[in-house]
Design a binder for this molecule. Structure first.
Ligand code: ADP
Ligand code: MG
Length: 140
């Protein structure tokens, strides 16, 4: 079944000038881009996006990081998108990520790990809605 996932190229990867390399990895892996936008998150937006983590000790650092520069939000669709995209990006901690994954190639640390990916089909839909209006999703 086709699923949707939200990718975010995080500020550390944007600063490294690897937006193109990451998008190439995503499209070569067979994902369709339904919507894409560069933006800079406010503290309020980043806090709301990561609200599930608000009790975690790293929440403040995570919000600061996500607001520290530009990000690229990308709505993706593919069969089995959630699992396949998480395989493409690798483990949260780049040190533990498999060779050839986005986080292994471009992540700095568990905090600054280059990209975001949704963790379930339900959250994929919800997170895409956080960045894109229904009329901005181009599904042809
Ligand atoms: P993932 O992004 O792989 O789904 P989580 O949802 O667990 O990982 O965490 C969200 C983000 O919070 C991570 O991508 C990373 O930027 C940051 N993070 C996660 N765990 C830690 C940690 N132990 N210390 C610092 N930052 C973390
Ligand atoms: Mg997560």
């Amino acid at each position: 079944m086709k699923e949707r996932t939200l990718a975010i190229i995080k500020p550390d990867a944007v600063k490294k000038n690897v937006i193109g390399e990451i998008i190439a990895m995503i499209t070569k892996a067979g994902f369709s881009i339904l919507a894409m936008r560069m933006t800079k998150l406010s503290v309020a937006q980043a806090s709301a996006f990561y609200e599930v983590h608000k009790e975690r000790p790293f929440y403040g650092e995570l919000v600061d990081y996500m607001c520290s520069g530009k990000v690229v939000a990308i709505a993706l669709e593919k069969e089995n998108a959630i699992e396949d995209y998480r395989k493409l990006i690798g483990s949260t901690d780049p040190k533990e990520a498999a060779e050839g994954t986005v986080r292994k190639l471009y992540g700095e640390s568990k905090s600054f790990n280059a990209v975001h990916g949704s963790d379930s089909a339900e959250n994929g839909i919800r997170e895409i809605g956080f960045f894109f209006a229904e009329c901005e999703i181009v599904n042809i």
